[in-house]
Design a protein around this ligand. Structure first.
Ligand SMILES: Cc1ncc(COP(=O)(O)O)c(C=O)c1O
Length: 191
């Protein structure tokens, strides 16, 4: 059999787990697999490890550890953010996002639309950029949340999320950004 070189070009979709991450996780998969929320020692002793992990993630993005909520995946994070905005502002029934968000977001927005929410999917220019003037004009009094991803998972285009956040702040609207493709690649400072 001849040796073949395999080149992998799908790293943004699925990334090989870094060896140091495997090393850090193995003790918890092999020995300390208890439930950290439990009352008994075998589980409860792990709560401090979860809190340590929370503090590390918070420092990574310049947030407060109390602001970090662990989820199982990006899809759950995206859905939870949109859902939370809607349930905490029941009088606001409009979601503003872009037509190029990850399908995890678009499919949830389709579902929200079927539930009777109003949805605006902003188009992008031919170079993948976003018209911020259009975005600002599209924010309505009943907009519960504006969701604009940071780095696109297919094109790599980065949206100016700081500017989008500033527009949302000036309008008093919640802003959410999906940073699945950004974390670990460029510095993130949520403040
Ligand atoms: C930008 C973006 N958002 C969300 C997701 C969904 O993440 P997950 O597969 O962890 O649910 C992905 C997955 O690659 C992504 O690239």
């Amino acid at each position: 059999m001849t040796e073949q070189t395999v080149y992998y070009f799908d790293n943004n979709a699925t990334t090989r787990v870094a060896p140091e991450v495997i090393d850090a996780m193995l003790p918890f998969l092999r020995e300390y697999w208890g439930n950290p929320s439990s009352a008994y020692h075998f589980g409860h002793r792990l709560a401090k490890d979860v809190e340590e992990a929370r503090a590390k993630v918070a420092a990574f993005i310049n947030a407060d550890p109390r602001e970090i909520v662990f989820t199982s995946c990006g899809t759950e994070s995206n859905n939870s953010a949109l859902h939370s905005a809607l349930v905490t502002h029941p009088e606001k029934r409009h979601v503003l996002t872009t037509s190029v968000e990850h399908s995890a977001n678009i499919k949830f927005c389709d579902y929200l639309q079927k539930q009777g929410y109003a949805l605006t999917l902003l188009p992008v220019e031919s170079d993948g950029s976003l018209d911020l003037h259009l975005l600002e004009q599209s924010i309505r009094p009943d907009t519960a949340i504006v969701s604009v991803m940071w780095a696109n998972n297919e094109t790599g285009v980065m949206f100016p999320v700081e500017e989008v956040a500033a527009i949302c702040r000036s309008k008093g609207t919640l802003f959410y950004t999906d940073v699945v493709q950004t974390a670990g690649k460029i510095k993130i400072d949520v403040k």
